[in-house]
Design a protein around this ligand. Structure first.
Ligand code: PHE
Length: 372
């Protein structure tokens, strides 16, 4: 006979068996709260995930993108905001993690888009500083100027002529480049990039400047992007090789640098990879936590994304809230990425754990020491 455990139903008030995906996601999430609004004029969903305000206001970029449904937009916001909490610990800055997601229909007009940004700004304003945001995939510094009309002073990364620090893609690339050097030193004993082959997936605001730094350092760079114009421009500008988006996973190289969207490291792609290490800027590169182990088992060294891409955060929050100069920002990005990655690689090797696990342990101990 089956004995039903009614206590669970009493405490949750609902039968988990019939939960919607959003209910399940929120139960599993360890963050603080989520604000969801349907914006009728732009037929868009606004999702603001506030993961942690323990160390300071929940901060993180605003991602604008089309999602198949609200569940996937919420899932993205929850995961991305949690990564921001870790990123601010790594950066040593007094902020917590948050993320904004604007789930838009395809083909929004310029006016509809601007209207959505202003209403999103008003919503941020009502949160009174609990959530602060800046650019992310699908939004620019010019968009931050628009959001700022209704959400000042809670916006990072406005254009320099509006008093912001502008695009954080280039400072993010400084950190990724440093991460590649640290990783190459681990693999080969010296950090020279001369002749090392690096595959850069995505040549947008981070991948573009990264490819340029790599070429200058003498690396053999191959690029790929779903945007054919961007690839063509980079090819003409730098003379780098071009591969198709699908070839990215099968091309032999020293370093694979994912600089586009997340979840590119999964059961499927990891089996195909022919690189020695993965070091890139995309947020949430691992599709599931099991993928960290898959990489380890294949002997591929993985540089945790939220450490490698900390440069954007240091540039925006450090430059605009702490008053650091551009030189100081770049020095701090290089020092942070070098120190933290070295620490992660040492711990992962010593304890025979994945680099993701090592990174989590380091973040946790730093979080507690900051409170002590
Ligand atoms: N979106 C970037 C990131 O994920 C930059 C950013 C950092 C935006 C902090 C706002 C606040 O790191």
């Amino acid at each position: 006979m089956m004995v039903r455990d009614v206590s669970r139903e009493v405490t949750h008030g609902m039968d988990e068996g019939s939960s919607t995906l959003v209910e399940m996601l929120l139960r599993q999430w360890d963050g603080e709260e989520v604000v969801i609004r349907y914006d009728r004029p732009a037929a868009s969903w606004i999702v603001i995930a506030i993961h942690s305000t323990q160390r300071g206001p929940a901060s993180g970029g605003t991602r604008m993108k089309s999602y198949p449904n609200l569940d996937l937009a919420v899932q993205d916001a929850l995961r991305l905001s949690a990564a921001m909490t870790s990123k601010f610990v790594v950066a040593g800055l007094p902020q917590g993690g948050g993320k904004g997601v604007l789930a838009v229909p395809q083909g929004l007009s310029t006016e509809e888009r601007a209207g959505l940004l202003r209403r999103y700004g008003s919503l941020i304003q009502t949160l009174g500083g609990l959530f602060q945001t800046g650019p992310d995939v699908g939004t620019s510094s010019a968009d931050m100027n628009v959001i700022s009309e209704t959400a000042a002073p809670y916006i990072f990364g406005r254009t320099p002529d509006s008093g912001g620090s502008g695009d954080s893609g280039q400072p993010t690339a400084v950190g990724v480049f440093e991460g590649i050097r640290v990783t190459v030193r681990r693999l080969y004993g010296d950090n020279s990039l001369a002749g090392r082959r690096v595959v850069v997936q995505g040549v947008g605001s981070v991948g573009g400047p990264l490819a340029e730094y790599l070429v200058k350092a003498g690396a053999d760079v191959l690029i790929s992007d779903v945007n054919a114009d961007a690839v063509e421009r980079m090819h003409r500008h730098l003379g780098v090789g071009v591969i198709t988006p699908e070839q990215v996973y099968d091309t032999p190289c020293d370093i694979f640098a994912p600089c586009a969207l997340g979840a590119v490291l999964n059961r499927d792609t990891i089996a195909r990879l022919r690189c020695r290490a993965v070091v890139g800027s995309a947020n949430n590169q691992l599709e599931t936590s099991a993928d960290a182990l898959r990489l380890k088992e294949r002997g591929i060294l993985y540089a945790p994304d939220f450490v490698v891409n900390v440069g954007g955060t240091i540039s925006l929050a450090g430059g605009e809230r702490m008053g650091w100069t551009r030189d100081e920002v770049e020095r701090r990005i290089r020092d942070t990425v070098t120190q933290v990655l070295d620490q992660i690689y040492d711990l992962a090797a010593a304890d025979d754990i994945t680099t993701t696990e090592a990174a989590q342990r380091i973040v946790e101990s730093q979080m507690h020491s900051a409170h002590a």
